[in-house]
Design a protein. Structure first.
Length: 523
């Protein structure tokens, strides 16, 4: 054996291979993430193709909306955590009030906060990225991705409208075109005077520009549409649907074909009088403007048979299902959610697919929370402190703690809640998992659940005690007739424990309850 024939390297390192297609645009010496959309016209073209698909494709547009609604749900809600409960309550109430007012959220006065988060999420998928600029008044100006552009012939380190530090790649400035943008103008001639530049951060270090996108590489500056890997497949699916719809129309086409043999023409030399033009005898002819109910006359010796296509063939459904699966997984949507039909799988298959999809939903929630929700809310807090003396004092007193908060992320109901709850109880009882880990699996924070549970139950008991004392005092209740907080705000019994109430004849007059609770554990 010739030792030179022994392979000890990677097949993928070879430029050509029998089973490897030729890939274009791959630099031999490596390149950053921005290299592959280095031409601004190509970068803008991808976004516009994606927008066209979103507008006109009967599947992709609705699938995108459903994906965004799945991870945004009813909206993310901030939970202030400054350490001052009175201030937390005040901040939360003001947020709830202003987030529902378009004039307090959107510079154009059109969108509420929830409508903005849906818009930002949708643009992140369709166009690749979207920008939000904080302006005076605490509102946000939404700017679509095509407005972030580079000036013509600049020496600055600008990647499609975003100026970067040459060493750290930290974002310094964003350049935006002025509205309206002429879609048919010579786009390469945009000069610096045609752009408005906005610093990415304020002097205090807080965000001044939000860029909502999902980067795939650390050296990627702009976002890429989620449709990029499926543009070809989506076009194939559209063509396939059109072809089979056309076949179905032909299949349903009904017309009359009049057949005449040569003897008819030989016995009738005066064809013009019979309404048969000379062109019928000239060989080939073209039939146009045929509609249902038309009548076609055959040439001499010609036989016209109607076409009855098999529409659709059996393999069409399998192929369509494959294409829809490829489109769906790129948007984080399994086929059962894409089609909104689980008839082709069992419960376990449906649940497994939905669980995988929800992992992607949580990932997108985290992206939105870090790139949109968190800077949005911190900007609101600073705006309130800049123009309201009471909040300014709180910011000065608390320092950075004034901006502390958490986000209540919407979850999803269990597919089979009773079975899931029973399984969690068994795992906890047999020490197969801890409550903290089970909470993480469900997308919750165990510390928050415990703190909120204790706080909520304590509040219920306090209110119950106060109301019970008031009832006892107003109606002079005593002995067995006295009302307890348990009568007003009963707490749920532990699992596996039943509670029976019985009169206690030996109850004293100063007893706070006329009934005795006997806890009996059950099997």
């Amino acid at each position: 054996m010739d030792l030179r024939d022994i392979k000890a390297d990677y097949e993928a390192s070879k430029r050509t291979s029998r089973f490897q297609r030729r890939r274009r645009g791959i630099p031999s010496m490596g390149a950053g993430g921005d290299y592959h959309y280095r031409a601004e016209s190509d970068f803008l073209w991808m976004s516009e193709v994606a927008r066209d698909m979103y507008r006109n494709d009967p599947v992709i547009g609705q699938l995108t909306d459903r994906a965004v609604i799945n991870w945004i749900g009813s909206g993310l809600t901030p939970d202030p955590d400054t350490g001052d409960k009175a201030l937390d309550k005040d901040l939360k109430e003001r947020w709830c009030e202003e987030s529902e007012e378009p004039d307090d959220c959107d510079l154009s006065g059109e969108l509420t906060f929830h409508e903005q988060e849906l818009m930002f999420g949708r643009e992140m998928l369709v166009a690749g990225d979207v920008f939000g600029v904080f302006v005076e008044g605490g509102t946000v100006q939404m700017l679509e991705s095509h407005r972030c552009r580079s000036p013509y012939r600049t020496q600055r380190n600008i990647v499609h409208g975003i100026e970067l530090d040459r060493i750290t790649r930290r974002r310094k400035m964003a350049y935006f075109t002025k509205e309206p943008v002429d879609a048919f103008a010579e786009q390469s001639r945009i000069t610096i005077k045609d752009l408005e530049f906005v610093p990415f951060r304020r002097e205090d270090g807080e965000a001044n520009v939000m860029q909502v996108y999902s980067p795939k590489r650390c050296s990627q500056t702009r976002g890429i549409t989620a449709y990029a890997p499926i543009i070809t497949q989506a076009g194939m699916f559209d063509d396939l649907n059109f072809a089979h719809l056309l076949k179905a129309q032909l299949n349903a086409f009904w017309l009359m074909v009049r057949k005449r043999d040569q003897t008819f023409f030989d016995a009738n030399p005066n064809l013009q009088r019979l309404g048969v033009p000379d062109s019928y005898l000239s060989g080939s002819r073209r039939v146009e403007q045929v509609a249902p109910g038309s009548e076609i006359e055959a040439n001499p010796g010609e036989s016209i048979e109607p076409w009855n296509p098999n529409t659709p063939p059996a393999e069409f459904f399998n192929h369509a299902r494959l294409i829809l699966t490829l489109i769906g997984i790129n948007l984080g949507m399994p086929l059962v959610i894409t089609l909104m039909d689980a008839s082709e799988t069992n419960f376990s298959g449906f649940r497994g697919a939905v669980d995988q999809a929800r992992m992607g939903f949580r990932h997108n929630q985290r992206i939105m929370r870090s790139r949109f929700h968190r800077p949005y809310y911190r900007n609101k807090l600073n705006f309130w402190a800049d123009y309201d003396l009471s909040y300014a004092r709180q910011r000065e007193r608390l320092g950075k703690a004034y901006l502390n908060h958490k986000w209540a992320v919407p979850g999803w109901p269990y597919i089979e809640p009773l079975s899931d709850a029973k399984a969690d109880l068994i795992r906890t009882a047999h020490m197969q998992s801890s409550p903290r880990r089970i909470a993480v699996e469900r997308g919750f924070d165990w510390d928050e659940i415990v703190a909120e549970t204790v706080e909520d139950r304590a509040a219920a008991i306090r209110l119950g005690c106060a109301e019970a004392q008031k009832l006892n005092k107003d109606f002079n209740l005593s002995g067995n007739d006295m009302v307890s907080w348990r009568d007003i705000a009963p707490l749920p019994a532990p699992t596996g424990v039943t509670v029976s109430l019985a009169d206690n004849p030996q109850a004293t007059s100063n007893s706070t309850s006329g009934a005795k609770a006997n806890a009996k554990p059950t099997a």
